[in-house]
Ligand binder design. Structure first.
Ligand code: TYM
Length: 332
């Protein structure tokens, strides 16, 4: 069975962009592939974060992923920092990764622009990401469009390491992208992203979804309710594509073009659809929150299953790179 690996940062609530762009695909893939899904806490510390929130957010992300349909019987779900080999392989990979390649990464350029002092962890973020995937020799990586460049670099890291230490050892992973590859945020401009405060979380109540949707940006040319709009220029219309049935999407387009509906009418319908889609998720999340021991056990089991693979890969990596074997010469 082909192997799949993907990760998500516990840097906030699971939002529509994460779900439509990646997690929905994870849920589908677990039926067909050998899947590893990871909550990447070491990645989350590469930007400003509150230490006191990391643990509850990690747990909350596990709850959200399970509620969204990740099934621990069919996929391995675990926390990155519980499998120490991730950082070990990342260090190894820094020795085959040119700095120039890291400086070229779009996400690094965007994020470092917003910071006074740029830290090495942010630059090395894609090296750790390469270690995540290659530790499990995964061939497929289901992600949103923003991660494709990181996967290209991961392929290069695999090639460089293989060329030096063993042809064919690491596979060159491919991204798996869906039609929802880039969900735009409620500002109607940038990618939906927690750091831009333009998101809707999948566990929000109907009321809270409405509070977020009401001020969301629509077709800028539509100032008054009586102005006809252009659905193709409106992000609310594009969100309808992911939540409303075909007839509804056509009705939305028609009512927008003829000014039959105001933007608020259109948002009301969308809000109801989003709330209804995620209502079962919210219910499951509430059940899991009331039973944290079950979630801990899933994560413990996931880390054990992941570690078994990771330890074997690292044992071979150390051997091929010529390290003195610890079990022969050192007490652990
Ligand atoms: P993160 O936590 O930022 O995002 C998790 C996933 O959600 C996708 N995504 C989106 N897709 C469509 N539209 C959006 N607006 C949107 N926002 C987020 C992301 O593309 C991602 O697939 N670097 C990764 C985490 C990571 C990882 C890995 C992924 C660490 N190691 C190994 C794959 C394999 C990230 O940015 O996650």
């Amino acid at each position: 069975m082909r192997r799949v690996f993907s990760g998500i940062q516990p840097s906030g609530e699971l939002h529509l962009g994460n779900y439509l762009g990646a997690v929905r695909n994870w849920v589908d893939m677990q039926n067909e592939y050998d899947c590893f899904f990871c909550i990447v806490d070491y990645h989350a510390i590469t930007q400003d974060y509150e230490a006191a929130k990391l643990h509850p957010r990690t747990l909350d992300m596990a709850v959200s992923l399970l509620a969204a349909g990740i099934d621990p019987e069919r996929a391995v779900l675990f926390v990155q920092s519980h499998v120490l080999e991730h950082t070990e392989l990342a260090w190894v990979f820094t020795t085959v990764t040119p700095i120039g390649e890291l400086e070229r990464m779009t996400q690094f350029k965007d994020k470092s622009r917003r910071q006074e002092s740029v830290l090495a962890g942010l630059l090395n973020y894609p090296v750790l990401q390469a270690a995540d995937v290659l530790l499990y020799k995964a061939q497929m990586v289901p992600v949103g469009e923003d991660q494709v460049q990181h996967i290209e670099l991961m392929r290069e890291i695999a090639r460089k390491w293989n060329a030096r230490y063993g042809e064919g050892f690491f596979p060159e992973p491919q991204p798996a992208i869906t039609h929802a590859r880039r969900i735009i945020g409620l500002d109607g401009q940038a990618k939906m992203s927690k750091s831009l405060d333009n998101t809707i979380g999948i566990n929000e109540s109907a009321e809270s979804i409405w509070q977020h949707l009401r001020p969301a940006v629509t077709d800028p040319a539509r100032v008054k309710k009586s102005d006809p709009g252009t659905p193709e220029k409106c992000n609310i219309y594009s969100l309808h594509q992911h939540f409303s049935p075909e007839e509804m999407i056509q009705e939305v387009a028609e009512k927008c073009r003829t000014a039959g509906w105001g933007c608020l009418d259109c948002k009301k319908v969308l809000g109801e659809k989003i709330a209804a889609t995620f209502a079962p998720f919210r219910e499951r999340a509430a059940e899991l929150r009331a039973d944290p021991e079950t979630v801990f056990e899933i994560l413990r089991d996931g880390a054990d299953r992941a570690r078994a693979v990771a330890e074997e890969t690292m044992r071979e990596v150390r051997e091929r790179m010529g390290f003195m074997p610890a079990d022969q010469y050192a007490r652990r």
